[in-house]
Design a protein. Structure first.
Ligand code: ASP
Length: 231
């Protein structure tokens, strides 16, 4: 809106080195970058993208499963749940596939976007058949605030078919891990037992978010090249 344009012009006038923008409108960081001359970092724009979440997820995967390799070649990642409303899914499908991982999205048909078959990901409606084959199960939050319609019959039915509980987790490969970008709906898309299990790297994702976001600021603002280390 015109108000936010004025806000941006004011932030520019204050001499900010960067703007970290989280906004409900898809495309707002791009729009703003055309209006002002301050670097804009997209911290989540509507249901479109969430680049820093994808970067911290890729970092967490590399650290856990790739013994320091620089890409994610050979890894199979399932992203499960509310793909339709998920900026985390959009950014992760792009980044993880670019880094060499195979990505599957798993959801009820009503929670998949139009055009999903053009994404660099395979599509499944059946969580039980996917779980035993993947190295990573990334659960997404059911975004109740974005549900303008009835996308599934009720919470119980959703958990039954698309929730990760201990029984489903027991069919995962040995060494496979569970991720979630937070905030979790414990008892809906993920049970508390799974969230707190040894396979869960969910709190580590939070920890890694701090250094990855520091790195983003460093690389983009200080213009420094980042040494890719082994951890
Ligand atoms: N925290 C993430 C986001 O901002 C995931 C979520 O809200 O479900 O998109």
């Amino acid at each position: 809106s015109l108000d936010s344009v004025q806000t941006a012009l004011n932030i520019q006038a204050l001499g900010a080195d960067a703007i970290v923008l989280r906004h409900s409108s898809p495309g707002s960081p791009l729009l703003l970058s055309r209006i002002i001359d301050v670097p804009i970092i997209n911290a989540g724009d509507g249901a479109h993208e969430h680049p820093s979440q994808a970067l911290l997820d890729a970092y967490t995967l590399r650290k856990h499963l790739m013994q320091g390799a620089k890409n994610l070649q050979g890894l199979h990642v399932a992203i499960v749940g509310d793909i339709l409303h998920s900026r985390v899914a959009r950014s992760n499908v792009l980044l993880l596939s670019k880094l060499g991982a195979t990505v599957s999205v798993v959801a009820p048909p009503t929670l998949l976007p139009v055009g999903i078959h053009n994404w660099p990901a395979t599509v499944s409606y059946d969580l039980d058949s996917v779980i035993p084959h993947v190295d990573v199960v990334m659960m997404l939050r059911v975004q109740q605030e974005r549900m303008s319609d009835l996308f599934f019959p009720n919470a119980r039915e959703y958990s039954r078919y698309f929730g990760l509980n201990a029984e489903r987790m027991s069919t995962m490969k040995s060494g496979a891990i569970v991720m979630h970008p937070g905030p979790m709906n414990r008892g809906l898309e993920i049970s508390a037992e799974v969230a707190d299990s040894a396979r869960s790297v969910i709190t580590e994702q939070v920890t890694n978010g701090v250094s990855v976001r520091m790195a983003i600021l460093y690389v983009l603002l200080a213009g420094g090249a980042l040494e890719v280390g082994s951890n």
